[in-house]
Design a protein around this ligand. Sequence first.
Ligand SMILES: [Zn+2]
Ligand SMILES: [Zn+2]
Length: 270
Amino acid sequence: MKLTFLGTGAADWDINAYRQGEEFRRFSSALVNDDLLIDPGPHIFHFADRSGQPELLKNVKNIIVTHTHADHFCEETVRKLCVDGDAALWGDRACIHKLERVLGKDIAAKVDFRETALSLNGPADIGGYEIWSLRSNHQTEDISETTRLYLIRETCGSGGTGRMLYYGCDSAWIPTESWNVIKDKPVDAMVLELTCGTAAPNDWRIFEHNTLEMLELMLKTFRKYGYFSKDVKYYTSHMARTLHTGHAELAKTLEGLGVTPAYDGMVIDI
Ligand SMILES: [Zn+2]
Ligand SMILES: [Zn+2]
């Protein structure tokens, strides 16, 4: 299973400040193989164009949504992939409400939207993947929305390896009901969010995002009890521009914890 990071930043990055060749993070989004998109964010086509892969998203068949904050969910991106294209959109009902508000009911009705419930009784089959929708510790303006973490297992077709990915942007910690599903799974790659870095100790965002201290504590606990697969690898994403120093310094800090910070365009083989 291949994972391409299309964006690795939090909501404080400004796409207008992008300069080719300079360090930059777009809003967080990731592509599993070439057909499953995690979060239809506003910058994914910018990534495809600027990385010289204009066709990168043309095979996307399914889109899963973590939550409808504007850095993760862009109505115009959904229109391109689901109305002009034929991708299906999976997530909380808040997605369709937002599409109706912004694009209008007529265009929203053209989106193949599939509401997903939280997967406390098992995963949903979505286009060759088993996907667990799990609650994240986060909130949007729509208080009825269940914001989500995802566990994704590649199951079908030639790529049916059974390999498993955890994707957790955005969330502070992992809520108990989600942890009880994740902890016994043979997860091969964990993408943890790290909104707050060394520039933000004791930050108020600990109630909705992770800090470096929280990441360290979670990793120690994962390793102490031997959770996940034997060769599980750890990555971070969703780094805030104003709460971190540069990527090289972050990579050095995280090296000591056995974690790799993702960057835009990083591809991992899970
Ligand atoms: Zn975010
Ligand atoms: Zn958010």
